[in-house]
Design a protein around this ligand. Structure first.
Ligand code: GDP
Length: 442
């Protein structure tokens, strides 16, 4: 999947390596190559231009981290833009309770993989302890009803069809009634597709939408058909207001243009992706994972590590500055805790953070769930309370505990921990590294 895009982008980004500092001039060549690989991957001209405008603005701006090499900076920016271009995604199917019937409607051009995806969704729902009913409302393609029955049998799921009925709206309404009788809690409508979009098809889908009020409408889009797929998605969305795209055939040699463009063009994200003909080949679509795959995971991981280190160091320096002035709020406490929670960072931080020596013992067996509990308490406080814990009287304590889902005495314990840390921190601030090391050995 996306091989040419991957190759194109990686050679474009390599062309930037060896540059000392990013300037608009030395970047231009590399970015031109990035743009070319997008266009070659069948990303629409408009999307590619929008993408490049954002990347260039950010690359020239001052927002990048100092310790990254120019090539890494651009990789980071391209990565972020790819994530933004394809996301954000909410994977929820917006299911109602199990005593209600949730209607999901699937539509798409013929051959896009709609019927197969109905089966895949059915399998996913069954695995999630739901009782789906598959509905053969595609009265267009003669074999569609049989195909759905075969899928239902394979999956052990009920299928509703009516070979005599000519009106798909009636089929859908009858199926929803049947679902209630069967105790099914999700109805998945397999609607008709055409080879091309036409008014009759859209009219039919709009009627189903109006009369059956589906919770979610998903459009199946064949990734192999590139820009055509994106244009048809736009037409479907104009008529139906779809809630999400399910991009199929991402296991094939799709160039990637459709996956990169569809959200920008329609405003609707890819929710799921089909990665094979088998019924388990349906996965939630994660823009960040897709961007990592496109750019090469190794590069992104190194980039993150470098960026994270610099970010942490900057935070630590800012922290020291505050401490020197005798400031240490609960927000600072929270930040310290979350930094400590990062594996591997602990050792390095010991020598750098004032007062860490004393905290070492206490922190050693601090687990993540405890940390979350503490954060919950801090997050339930008002800014004024965080800045001055003396404000926290009995009634405030109760309110904070209720907000954090804990007992009031736990709020007290946290404040005690914070007071102790704050004392050590401010006492040690201003001492040099050598003094600090000495104190830690004590
Ligand atoms: P419909 O006309 O939209 O209902 O399309 P179908 O569900 O009949 O699928 C058309 C063809 O695409 C079938 O041969 C499916 O097996 C195949 N197909 C569907 N989804 C995928 C997918 O994610 N990957 C691959 N490789 N093939 C798929």
């Amino acid at each position: 999947m996306f091989e040419s895009l991957q190759d194109g982008l990686s050679s474009a980004l390599k062309s930037l390596s060896g540059q000392g500092k990013l300037t608009e001039a030395n970047m231009r060549e590399g970015l031109k190559l990035v743009e070319r690989s997008l266009l070659e991957a069948d990303v629409s001209f408009e999307v590619a231009r929008y993408f490049m405008k954002n990347v260039t603005e950010k690359a020239v701006g001052e927002t990048v981290l100092k310790s990254l090499k120019p090539q890494q900076q651009v990789v980071g920016i391209v990565y972020q833009e790819l994530c933004d271009l394809m996301g954000p995604v909410d994977h929820s199917l917006h299911l109602k309770g199990k005593n209600d019937v949730t209607v999901l409607m699937l539509c798409g051009l013929q051959g896009a993989g709609k019927t197969t995806t109905v089966g895949k969704l059915g399998k996913m729902l069954k695995a999630g302890q739901r009782n789906p009913l598959l509905v053969a409302a595609d009265l267009q393609r003669p074999a569609a009803i049989d195909q759905l029955h075969v899928l239902g049998e394979q999956l052990g799921l009920p299928v509703y069809s009516d070979r005599e009925e000519k009106d798909p709206v009636k089929v859908c309404n009858a199926a929803i009634k049947e679902a209630k009788k069967l105790g099914a809690d999700v109805v998945i409508l397999d609607t008709a597709g055409r080879l091309h979009i036409d008014e009759e098809l859209m009219g039919q889908l709009e009627r189903i939408d109006k009369q059956c009020s589906p919770e979610q409408i998903y459009l199946t889009v064949d990734a192999m058909t590139g820009q055509d797929a994106v244009n048809s998605a736009k037409a479907f969305n104009d008529a139906l207001e779809i809630d999400g795209v399910i991009m199929t055939k991402l296991d094939g040699d799709a160039r990637g243009g459709a996956a990169l463009s569809v959200k920008h063009v329609t405003g609707v994200p890819i929710k799921f992706m089909g990665t094979g003909e088998k019924l388990e080949a349906l996965e939630p679509f994660h823009p960040d994972r897709m961007a990592q795959r496109i750019l090469g995971q190794g590069d992104i991981l190194t980039l993150f590590e470098t960026a994270q280190k610099e970010f942490d160091q900057e935070q630590m320096l800012a922290q020291e500055e505050k401490l020197k002035k005798g400031e240490f709020t609960l927000d600072d406490f929270r930040k310290q805790m979350s930094m400590i929670a990062k594996p591997g960072l602990m050792q390095k931080m010991m020598g750098m953070m004032p007062g860490m020596g004393q905290m070492r013992e206490a922190m050693n067996d601090f687990d993540e769930s405890e940390m979350k509990g503490l954060f919950g308490i801090i997050d339930s406080m008002t800014p004024a309370e965080k800045a001055n814990t003396k404000l926290i009287d009995q009634s405030r304590r109760r309110r904070i505990a209720a907000g954090a889902g804990c007992e009031p005495h736990q709020v007290n314990e946290l404040i005690k921990q914070y007071d102790a840390m704050a004392q050590v921190m401010t006492a040690m601030a201003g001492k040099g590294m050598r003094d600090r090391m000495k104190m830690m050995g004590e």
